[in-house]
Design a protein around this ligand. Structure first.
Ligand code: APR
Length: 246
């Protein structure tokens, strides 16, 4: 495993020759925007709750108002922050390689706000809503509601995120696996690699012949399987990669 200086040069080289780039991002890419990870956000008022209560269909059925208020607080947080240089670098990178696919596990919408297009939000989005029973899409959902509003069909409205114990959107998953398979380089940014099936995407890319570059200040479950590990925060490392490509 090479260290950042030499590794960075090699990563730039691979990206220069790359025809199809697959990018997987996780909570780490939004860290420098001040978005706490799901678990980090379980503090203060929320310290006594766990993911089963706040982010499962069962939790919502049991206490819809609690789950609604939790997501409202997360949504407010996201509204008040801005994308960081890591998000912007990925938006720039998209224009520098012939084929680019960005799959994010984040629900904060910051890649889109930074200018990335065709982002696959595999765990959904905190800014979109659907009804619990029938998946009817909802628009114009106000902040600060204490209880979930009702859909026209009578069902409660919920955030359009993928909760624990729920399947991933099949179409998006399929698109992501196809893109990973096609890629000659995969860039894995700010994810612990613990949550499947998203975490299997880099392995899939590798099995299909892609070189894997990981950007993370810490080693992860994925690090040993990567071809290059760029140690550092994505808000610093990704802009350096983009600079190297200019
Ligand atoms: N730049 C890049 N990576 C960073 C930074 C940073 N500035 N700071 C922290 N990280 C890394 C951490 O080292 C860690 O490996 O980001 C990773 C965050 O890991 P998780 O919190 O587990 O986030 P993620 O991998 O996205 O989690 C996957 O789990 O909580 C559920 O559904 C939720 O989508 C989420 C999924």
């Amino acid at each position: 495993m090479k260290q950042t200086g030499a590794a960075l040069g090699l990563a730039v080289e691979w990206l220069k020759n790359c025809k199809s780039l697959f990018v997987l991002t996780g909570a780490g890419v939004s860290k420098e925007s001040g978005i706490p990870t799901f678990r980090d956000a379980l503090e203060g008022l929320w310290a006594n709750y766990n993911p089963e209560q706040l982010a499962t269909p069962e939790g919502f059925r049991k206490n819809p108002s609690l789950v609604w208020q939790w997501y409202d607080s997360r949504r407010q947080k996201v509204k008040d922050v801005v994308p960081n240089p890591g998000h912007f670098a990925l938006a720039e990178l998209q224009k520098m390689v012939p084929e680019f696919f960005l799959c994010t596990q984040n629900v904060d919408g910051l890649h889109i706000r930074a200018g990335s297009s065709d982002v696959v939000e595999i765990h959904g989005s905190i800014s979109r809503f659907k009804c619990f029973d029938n998946g009817h899409v909802q628009t114009e959902v106000p902040y600060d509601l204490k209880d979930p509003p009702l859909c026209e069909c009578g069902s409660l409205v919920r955030p359009d995120v993928v909760w624990f114990n729920e399947p991933m959107p099949e179409k998006l998953l399929k698109q992501s696996f196809t893109a990973a398979e096609k890629a000659d380089v995969a860039l894995v940014v700010g994810t612990s690699g613990l949550v499947y099936p998203a975490a299997s995407l880099p392995f899939h890319a590798k099995q299909s012949g892609a070189k894997i570059i990981e950007v993370n200040p810490n080693r992860t479950e994925l690090t040993d399987s990567c071809d290059l590990f760029l140690a550092g925060p994505s808000g610093e490392v990704l802009p350096q990669l983009v600079e190297g490509l200019k």
